[in-house]
Write a protein that binds this ligand. Structure first.
Ligand code: NDP
Length: 446
């Protein structure tokens, strides 16, 4: 089937899955030229087979809340593609979770994992369970109920889940504990585990740090120094916090963070002491970012219900969720002089926004390249578990830097245009696609 026919066919078959169709369309349109150079791919109907997940598990999760009421949520695991390694991808707990969102994430994960150079296929899972406002005991009971079903479909060389939105160290710990109880095995089935039971140093930091390392590689191609640059970061979760951490260390000015209720604006940039306070508020106490602004009216403004994209910045690092930068936001960023966007979140820019960034020829890195540091260190966690070893922070960080450099080189190789402009979207998609496509070709029609 021709690439365009695959898109139209998927639209007809999955009309109610907009995020999935958006991700598929973006990839297919950018790999078309590379695909057409290989007639054997079409004979093997490779694109269609690569777009449709290998399998999907969908299940009911029943659990009991603190008031003794029985609650019911949906649970999912999308095993998208294991051509280059065991299925690998995070678990998301958020009220908005549905099949379309998880299918888009699993599809993206397949290309991202391919880019890392490690042996990992693509997967994603989750639930419409909303952890906000739940007690630790409720979260634990939910995670255990979720695992009674998921356990039978995962394993260290089958499928290795990790965290994502709403799933951090606490949730991974509860899920891993139940998995261990049910299987009687202590294996590396889950990454992002606690350091005492097989976790890797630098895993919590890896997505944010990796995004900054990727940005440094991109800036180096233009001889730009990060020091003193004004950076707008969205989100205030795992990815955003460690992005801000690394930026502060490098002397950049972090002027914003956000959560789903609004943004904070720090015109003079975040200090190390302020970062420590926000870390405690958001990551340890699970508070709202508004509370920080209320405590610091002298140096911080709260933008109620707003995203930070109207602020004047040099660099934007969206690190909250999908489609958080629309066409108008992209235009506002460009009008305000933003010259680089590096995505910590998955698919945070709408197609309209991506179009605007590429047309303006600013430095723009899609999430599947820029945020691949998280899954890369997950891959390193799997390697450490397999060897029953634990590497030092320095060792893991050095490997992370080298992987991000390598991903950058692959993007440049496949994305550099004749005028010198690097289209990182095309570069990441083609590089990720070629490896998976060749692996699928080598394994026959399955
Ligand atoms: P967290 O749950 O730790 O944090 C998510 C942050 O984004 C919170 O501040 C949250 O605010 C905000 N947010 C979530 N949904 C929305 C929404 N609909 N609108 C506005 N703000 C929202 O998640 P992570 O930091 O782990 O993940 C952030 C992004 O990075 C996601 O796109 C994820 O897929 C991606 N990612 C994560 C990786 C990881 O290692 N964790 C790896 C690669 C990508 P609130 O508290 O109000 O919900």
């Amino acid at each position: 089937m021709k690439a365009i026919d695959v898109i139209n066919d998927l639209k007809r078959r999955f009309p109610n899955e907009p995020e999935y169709l958006q991700a598929v369309q973006e990839v297919i349109t950018t790999i078309e030229d590379a695909y057409n150079e290989h007639p054997e791919f079409e004979r093997y109907n490779l694109i269609e087979r690569l777009c449709i997940p290998d399998r999907i598990f969908q299940f009911r999760v029943s659990w009991i809340d603190d008031k003794g009421r029985v609650q019911t949520n949906m649970g999912y695991r999308i095993q998208h593609n294991n051509a280059i390694g065991p299925y690998k991808g995070g678990v998301r707990f958020h009220a908005s979770v549905n099949l379309s969102i998880l299918k888009f994430l699993a599809f993206e994960q397949t290309f991202k994992n391919s880019l890392t150079t490690l042996a990992m296929g693509g997967a994603k899972g989750g639930s419409d369970f909303n952890p906000k406002g739940k007690s630790d005991m409720e979260v634990m009971r939910f995670c255990q109920a979720f695992m009674t079903e998921l356990t039978r479909n995962i394993g260290p060389s089958v499928d290795v889940p990790a965290g994502d939105i709403g799933v951090g160290g606490r949730e991974v710990g509860f899920m891993f504990g139940m998995y261990k109880k049910l299987t009687h095995e202590h294996t590396g089935t889950f990454t992002g585990k606690g350091l005492e039971f097989g976790g890797s140093l630098i895993r919590p930091e890896a997505t944010g740090y990796g995004n900054v390392y990727f940005l440094l590689n991109m800036l180096a191609t233009k001889g730009i120094d990060i020091k003193g640059k004004r950076v707008a970061v969205s989100g205030a979760g795992n990815v955003a916090i460690y992005t801000a951490d690394k930026l502060i260390n490098l002397g950049a000015k972090v002027i914003s963070l956000s959560d789903s209720n609004g943004s904070i604006y720090l015109p003079d940039g975040m200090t190390r002491e302020q970062w420590d306070e926000i870390f405690k508020l958001k990551i340890i106490e699970r508070g709202r970012i508004r509370e920080f602004a209320e405590d610091h009216p002298d140096c911080c403004e709260y933008l109620d219900g707003q995203r930070p994209w109207n602020l004047k910045c040099d660099i934007a690092m969206p690190s909250a969720t999908q489609n958080e930068i629309d066409g108008d936001d992209a235009q506002a960023l460009l009008d305000n002089g933003c010259f680089a966007v590096s995505e910590g979140a998955n698919m945070p820019s709408t197609p309209d926004a991506v179009h605007k960034f590429l047309n303006a020829k600013i430095i723009y890195a899609p999430g599947k390249a820029a945020n691949a540091g998280g899954v890369s260190v997950s891959g390193l966690e799997m390697a450490q578990n397999a060897q029953m070893l634990m590497w030092s922070s320095e060792e893991v960080d050095a490997k992370l830097k080298s992987i991000m450099k390598n991903i950058h080189e692959q993007c440049v190789k496949y994305g550099k245009q004749s005028d010198g402009f690097v289209n990182y979207v095309k570069g990441a998609n083609v590089a990720g696609f070629m490896k998976v496509a060749r692996a699928m070709m080598g394994q026959g029609i399955l």
